[in-house]
Design a protein around this ligand. Sequence first.
Ligand SMILES: *Cc1c(COP(=O)(O)O)cnc(C)c1O
Length: 351
Amino acid sequence: MRAELLKNIRAAEPYVPGEQPRNKVIKLNTNENPYPPAPGVGRVLREMDADCFRLYPDPTAGDLVNALADFYGVGEDQVFVGVGSDDVLSLCFLTFFNSGRPVLFPDITYSFYKVWAGLYRIPYECPELDENFRIVREDYYRENGGIIFPNPNAPTAIYEELDFVEDILSHNRDSIVIVDEAYVDFAGRSAMELIDKYDNLIVVQTFSKARSMAGMRIGYAVSNPELIRCLNNVKYSFNSYTMSQAAIACGVEAVKDREYFEQGVRRITETREWAKEELAKLGFVFPDSKANFIFARHPEHDAGELFEKLRADGIFVRHWNGEKIGQYLRITVGTREEMQTLFDFLKKELG
Ligand SMILES: *Cc1c(COP(=O)(O)O)cnc(C)c1O
């Protein structure tokens, strides 16, 4: 393109999503849930009258906001919903990281953070994880323009207890701290219980993992009413109707079925604990996972080669090049049967 034309165009270095193969494979590469969403979701879709699509949806997505507020025991003015947590997180970057000072997030983490910071021209610094892939809390005591980290972290799957989160919050009273809890349902306590105590906290969660609805695109933030209002002001300056009628209705059904949700989480965590034992028996080493994936390395086998061999056999896992994580595979916890197929292949391959 001509330089004169190019210089007026916003350059972006996009996020690279995991592969979505169309043929039948064992798909352990993007941390989706192997089980279907709550039965009510299918029911509401089947009963939906297409005539409802003539009208714009409720711009506040009020039914879904109410359902989530009920579920978590917070006020309706404390919940914000969006098109997957990627939408919510990107709006959070735009809304809250506006100081001109560098935002802090770990060097090894969800790679979308860097992309949004780049797109919105937000300066950032990435403190290194320690040699055990743990976040070093003291790195977050310095002056900054905001902080974001996932808990459990991705792709390491390491969960930090709430006293750790609270320590970062209390050292940063004048910065917004976003805790990205995409995987917290598989892990432990949510930082949501700290919301009344820390007015600088935003907790972001998603329907994509524990609720089996990655394809429906629903995410949400929970915080105090003031910060939720700021988020809504930016949203209504951008796109009023982010949530479709279908997403709102399906989301409500999923939230209503607490028992199905809890049972589904139990099923995944049981398979994960068994998968850890099997991987260890095969000689893999990995940080202790509290998510629905395991970040594992084999001391005697190259991760890139294993990744290709698995792929050729129709078993998809995730692999990134890079000095620190290039020898790791991120393996999503699938059904027990899928995991057994993976282990059978690895047994054969590793001899
Ligand atoms: C999966 C994931 C998300 C985004 O999920 P959505 O499908 O956009 O809700 C956000 N953060 C982390 C760390 C994730 O792994």
